[in-house]
Design a protein around this ligand. Structure first.
Ligand code: THU
Length: 158
């Protein structure tokens, strides 16, 4: 028997001013994209912005539906849009932000498990690490690759 341990590293920033110029632009695009959320049921508005290897920034926002499971998270909305528009571009970085009660959440919102699995597959398809930037008003967390937020990624069909 062997006990094993996984250690995850990430960087915490206090505000967007501490980010690199390109990450700041992406973080601001994610915050702006929250305005396009359609959330009559949760009133929880999430925005996502993806920087592609071709220089494009693609955004998404959560879209809800009266039949609840038919809605989709901001991150998957953005990733599916990016892949459908630019299938050959790798996703270099994805930023997300959430607004609750009209305010950017102070602690960053973290992506759901289903979105992490979809991130993992596009990271693999792009053949390079996808950085994940979670933007809050008081803290920003940056992860270097999807593996850091989804240990034991399902990839058994490979
Ligand atoms: N949501 C996202 O858009 N992204 C996440 O990572 C977590 C949750 C959305 C789904 C739903 O519209 C609302 O937030 C409440 O769960």
């Amino acid at each position: 028997m062997t006990d094993k341990k996984i250690i995850i590293s990430y960087t915490e920033y206090d505000n967007t001013g501490e980010l690199s110029a390109q990450d700041r632009i992406l973080a601001e695009a994610a915050v702006k994209a929250t305005r396009n959320a359609y959330t009559p049921y949760s009133h929880f508005n999430v925005g996502a912005a993806i920087r592609l290897s071709n220089g494009e920034i693609v955004t998404g926002a959560n879209q809800e539906n009266m039949a609840y499971p038919s809605g989709l998270c901001a991150e998957r909305t953005a990733m599916f849009h990016a892949s459908a528009q630019y299938p050959d571009a790798a996703m270099e970085a994805l930023a997300l932000a959430a607004v609750k009660n009209g305010e950017l959440c102070p602690v960053p919102a973290t992506p759901c498990g289903a979105c992490r699995q979809v991130m993992a597959e596009y990271q693999d398809r792009g053949n390079r690490p996808m950085e994940i930037i979670m933007v809050g008003s008081e803290k920003i967390w940056k992860f270097s690759r999807v593996d850091d937020i989804l240990p034991f990624i399902f990839d058994s069909l490979k």
